[in-house]
Design a protein. Sequence first.
Length: 119
Amino acid sequence: VQLQASGGGLVQPGGSLTLSCAASGSIYSVTWMEWYRQVPGKQRESVAGITTSGCTSYIDAVKGRFTISRDNAKNTMYLLMDSLKPEDTAVYYCNLEIFSNRWAGRVYWGQGTLVTVSS
């Protein structure tokens, strides 16, 4: 199983970006999906998560600005980030729980994609 994260880049404050994380390989199902971010020198923090049925959760810092979604047919997760602020600058990582069969599941991390919010 491999995860490919993409969509990061440089954006001005107030701008928007959409991150994607696609899983490929021997996949039976993908259950929990989550976006994390990490600033150098700080701990990695959870940003948003989404269940198989589409229930979502967000940290307070991004509520109302970020939207997490998923396409189960494509084993892909998205993070639409609006009204970006300089404090959103970080490396963003995707975290997925993937089952290769009905009984065996584990957590996988994507490689990280850098988001820089600056004028």
